[in-house]
Design a protein around this ligand. Structure first.
Ligand SMILES: NC(=O)c1ccc[n+]([C@@H]2O[C@H](COP(=O)([O-])OP(=O)(O)OC[C@H]3O[C@@H](n4cnc5c(N)ncnc54)[C@H](OP(=O)(O)O)[C@@H]3O)[C@@H](O)[C@H]2O)c1
Length: 308
C-alpha cells in the first residue's frame, strides 16, 4: 500500500501480517476436527506441567489451558512448586506418557536450575511430544519426515503460507540459531516440500557484517532477542519480515513503565518491507494455535487415522 506523507512524498507501507486473525482462523478450522474426534470417542487431550512461579510461564500456561477449553480439548494442568525434585517431575512425565486420555505433554520451559531440562524432554514419549523438542522429533524434522514440528517455527511457516508468501525459491535469512526457533525455522524452510524449498542462510553472534547478509533476504526471520536490532537499512526493499522476538523495554509513557517490542524496528522497517509481523500480535498467537494443531494430530494418531 502507498500513502502520501506530509511532505507530499510517497511512503511505502507494508502489509501487516495479522497473527491474531490467522491463529483464530486455524483454531476455527480445528474445532470441527476436534468435534469429529470427540464424537468418535477420541477427545484430544493435553497435559501441561509448570514448575515454579515464573510470571511469564504462568501466563503462557494459562493461555494454553484457556485455548484447550475454548476448542473442546481435554486438558490437565500440573502446577508444581519451585523446589520439586527432578525425580518427581520425571515420575509425573512417566505417568502422563501412559495416560490414554493425554495425547500431548508439554513441560513449560524454563525449568528451575536444579532440574536438567534435557533429561525431562528426553523422558517425554516422542509420540506425545507436541512441543517437538524430543531429539527423535528433531531428527525426523531434519530428514523431512516430521511428526510434530516445533510450534513457533511451524507458526512462522504458516504465517508465510497463509499470506501468499510461499518461501519456495526465495532466499530466507534467519537471525538466530537457537534450538527452539532459529535452527528449526531454517530446517523447516529448506525441506524439499510444499511451504518450504527455500535457500536459507543462518546468522548468529559470530556472523560478520550481518547487514550485508540480511539485505539479501527475500524473507527475513528475526529471532535473536535483541530489541529493535533490525533497522531499515538492513532490509531489502519489498522483503517479507517475520519478527519472532519478544523484548520488554522501559517506556515511561505506559502505565507499567514498560512495553513489548520485537527484534525489528517496526516503524522504519514497515516503510520498506512488503509485509511484516507486528509485536505483539504477529508470531506470538501462532505458537498456541500450532500447539493445539499438534495435539489434534496426536489424537488422530491415537485413533489410528495417521500412521507416521
Ligand atoms: N513469539 C513466540 O512465541 C516466541 C517463542 C520463542 C521465542 N521467542 C522470542 O524470540 C527471541 C529469540 O528466542 P530464542 O529462544 O531463540 O533466543 P536464544 O536462545 O537466546 O537465542 C538467540 C540467538 O540469537 C543470536 N544472537 C543474539 N544476539 C545476536 C546479535 N547481536 N547478532 C546476531 N545474533 C545474535 C544468538 O547467537 P549465538 O548462538 O551465537 O549465541 C542465538 O543463536 C526472543 O526474543 C524470544 O523471547 C518468541
Amino acid at each position: 500500500m502507498d500513502i502520501s506523507d506530509s511532505n507530499g512524498g510517497v511512503t511505502l507501507v507494508a502489509q501487516i501480517i495479522d497473527g491474531k486473525a490467522i491463529s483464530a482462523q486455524i483454531r476455527e478450522e480445528l474445532k470441527s476436527e476436534i468435534k469429529r474426534l470427540t464424537d468418535k470417542g477420541v477427545k484430544p487431550g493435553l497435559a501441561v506441567v509448570l514448575v515454579g512461579e515464573n510470571p511469564a510461564s504462568q501466563v503462557y500456561v494459562g493461555s494454553k489451558e484457556k485455548s484447550c477449553l475454548e476448542l473442546g480439548i481435554y486438558s490437565e494442568c500440573y502446577r508444581l512448586p519451585e523446589n520439586t525434585p527432578e525425580t518427581e517431575l520425571l515420575a509425573l512425565v512417566d505417568t502422563l506418557n501412559h495416560k490414554k486420555e493425554v495425547d500431548g505433554i508439554l513441560v513449560q520451559l524454563p525449568l528451575p536450575k536444579h532440574i536438567n531440562e534435557e533429561k525431562v524432554l528426553m523422558k517425554i514419549d516422542p509420540d506425545k511430544d507436541v512441543d517437538g523438542f524430543h531429539p527423535i522429533n528433531v531428527g525426523r524434522m531434519c530428514i523431512g519426515n516430521s511428526r510434530f514440528l516445533p510450534c513457533t517455527p511451524w507458526g512462522v511457516q504458516e504465517l508465510l503460507m497463509r499470506t501468499g508468501n510461499d518461501p519456495s525459491g526465495k532466499h530466507v535469512v534467519v537471525l538466530g540459531r537457537s534450538n527452539i526457533v532459529g535452527k528449526p525455522v531454517a530446517n523447516i524452510l529448506i525441506q524439499k516440500a510444499k511451504g518450504a524449498n527455500a535457500t536459507v542462510t543462518i546468522c548468529h553472534s559470530a556472523t560478520k557484517d550481518i547487514a550485508s547478509i540480511t539485505k539479501q533476504a527475500d524473507i527475513l526471520v528475526a529471532a535473536i532477542g535483541q530489541p529493535e536490532f533490525v533497522k531499515a537499512n538492513m532490509v531489502k526493499d519489498g522483503a517479507v519480515v517475520i519478527d519472532v522476538g519478544v523484548n520488554r523495554i522501559p517506556d515511561a509513557t505506559t502505565k507499567s513503565g514498560t512495553r513489548l517490542v520485537g527484534d525489528v524496528a517496526f516503524k522504519e522497517v514497515s516503510e520498506k518491507a512488503k509485509a511484516i509481523t507486528p509485536v505483539p500480535g504477529g508470531v506470538g498467537p501462532m505458537t498456541i494455535a500450532m500447539l493445539m494443531k499438534n495435539t489434534v494430530k496426536s489424537a488422530q494418531m491415537r485413533a489410528g487415522e495417521i500412521k507416521i
